[in-house]
Design a protein around this ligand. Structure first.
Ligand code: AMP
Length: 110
């Protein structure tokens, strides 16, 4: 079972921010911004490549709820999902990084 499935099952602890029937949001253990939340589907979906358009519609609404919950909705924030090897995806369970809490830089990558 993957690490995020273990978090969903409660076998590994996480600092939860928001939960719904289908999705979970919790703090990233190694934050790279003042606010760094991970948003995941409870269903094990490997990456963005495998997610359905219907699930994306639902997760979009959930992400906006999380942004409101942590107080960044109006000031701004960034959503990132890393995909496979070149995208730098370490955990093979679809997750969206929500970054905020400061004016984020836009680094040249690669
Ligand atoms: P990625 O590189 O896009 O696959 O991102 C994986 C993210 O998961 C990294 O930012 C890690 O810091 C984070 N992470 C890994 N294990 C945990 C955990 N147990 N709780 C919270 N965040 C985690």
């Amino acid at each position: 079972m993957c690490i995020f499935c273990n978090i969903i099952e409660g076998k590994i602890g996480a600092d939860k921010i928001l939960e719904s029937e289908k999705f979970l949001a919790f703090k990233d253990i190694n934050p790279i911004a003042p606010i760094h939340i991970l948003i995941i589907p409870k269903e094990h979906i490997e990456s963005f490549n495998e997610v359905s358009a219907e699930n994306m519609a639902d997760i979009t609404s959930f992400i906006k709820e999380v942004a409101k919950e942590v107080g960044v909705f109006e000031d701004g924030y960034r959503i990132i999902t890393n995909i496979n090897e070149n995208g730098g995806q370490e955990v093979k369970h679809l997750h969206f990084h929500l970054l905020g809490g400061t004016k984020l830089s836009w680094p040249k990558l690669g």
